[in-house]
Ligand binder design. Structure first.
Ligand code: MG
Length: 375
């Protein structure tokens, strides 16, 4: 019996409503190869061009380095991506070097996720975005073999996916007003803070709209008393939460602020992977899970389950990245309180069609895997 027939007849195959043949008929990308029965990894560098210069408290840039990944198995292709905003410490050369060390052809069963991802994780420490690119491509491949999107495989209800926030970066007043106009379809605005003119930025936004905002200080606040005053000021201006108020090392100040703040504090730069959830639990009200930090969907899902079981608030975010990685993160979105999945909307050269924001809400499709098609 060939492998595909075996899978279709197996317990996993019973999940599949569409066979790989019907997936192909839907226009999903396939590659005509002889059935190798092996995982074949390929990758190429990619530069994301940003629609606006991306200004954070500590940096500014107009492009983001990126690597696109494919894993082929018996003619089906799973797509993945590593996005490397510079502050995370990875680069196109480091990701290419890491991926070049991998030999996935040693694996003949793509369903051995734990085994394959443990191998990838063990090749070198760190390299979280590089690892995420393999994890995402593998999930996309598995979903295509099963004929199901991951939110269904995880048992999630797509109508529970939240609105996404849309980021208004630090900028000149005229540019901020223009960005608020551009953000008209979005029901929540995310405001990047951490400079002296934080209140001015919010006042400009409030002069244009009363939609709820969430604030990301990106570690930019330094004084706990001022931070507390700012939390009360923001609470009066329909702010939902504050993300990463202080430097990730300022644990005592964060705990002090959390005890007093009228707004929930969400950890972002503070945490990366599964063991960090417990550390965050002690000083934050919630966590922002991102695939480029968590090494991909497998660990992100575990983080979400753990954080929810601890009663923490949950947010899923992204880097500036294509619809590939954003759509992969969106599969988790029915589990979270807040989504910040606008990374694909901030770039001018998306190479995938995937998850859509409809009327401000994360909207998942029935496309299998991570739900994308290459453009
Ligand atoms: Mg953040």
């Amino acid at each position: 019996m060939d492998r595909r027939k075996f899978l279709k007849g197996s317990a996993l195959g019973l999940l599949a409503l569409a066979s790989p043949i019907s997936i192909s008929a839907m226009g999903e990308p396939t590659r005509k190869t002889t059935k190798s029965g092996r995982l074949n990894l390929s990758f190429r560098p990619n530069e994301l061009k940003l629609r606006h210069a991306f200004n954070l408290a500590r940096s500014s840039r107009t492009t983001t380095p990126d690597v696109l990944v494919e894993i082929e198995y018996d003619g089906l292709i799973g797509y993945g991506e590593a996005s490397m905003p510079p502050y995370l410490g990875e680069s196109i050369p480091s990701v290419m070097e890491f991926l070049g060390k991998l030999d996935l052809t040693q694996f003949s069963d793509p369903f051995r996720l734990e085994e394959i991802l443990a191998y990838v994780d063990g090749v070198a420490p760190d390299n979280r975005a590089a690892k995420a690119s393999v994890d995402i491509a593998l999930h996309d491949l598995l979903g295509k073999i099963m004929g199901q999107p991951w939110y269904k495989i995880w048992g999630l209800s797509p109508e529970k996916a939240p609105n996404t926030s849309y980021t208004i970066g630090i900028d000149k007043p005229d540019v901020v007003r223009q960005k608020v106009d551009e953000a008209a379809p979005y029901k929540v605005l995310k405001v990047k803070m951490g400079l002296d003119n934080d209140k001015e930025l919010v006042e400009i936004i409030r002069s244009k709209t009363d939609r709820p905002i969430c604030v990301d200080a990106n570690q930019g606040w330094t004084d706990k008393e001022k931070a507390l005053e700012m939390c009360y000021w923001l609470k009066e201006r329909n702010c939902l939460f504050v993300e990463q108020p202080f430097d990730k090392s300022m644990i005592e100040e964060t705990a002090w602020l959390r005890e007093r703040s009228p707004l929930p504090l969400i950890a972002d730069e503070f945490l990366q992977r599964l063991p960090d959830v417990i550390r965050a639990y002690q000083v934050y009200d919630g966590i922002n899970i991102k695939l480029m930090k968590s090494t991909g969907m497998h660990e992100a899902y575990k983080m979400a389950v753990l954080a929810k079981s601890l009663g923490m608030k949950l947010m899923v975010g992204c880097m500036t990245e294509t619809s590939c990685a954003v759509s992969a993160a969106a599969q988790l979105s029915p589990m979270v309180d807040w989504a910040d999945l606008d990374g694909n909307l901030l770039i001018a050269n998306d190479s995938f069609d995937g998850m859509k924001i409809v009327d401000g809400k994360v909207t998942l499709t029935d496309l299998p895997g991570i739900g994308v098609k290459p453009l």
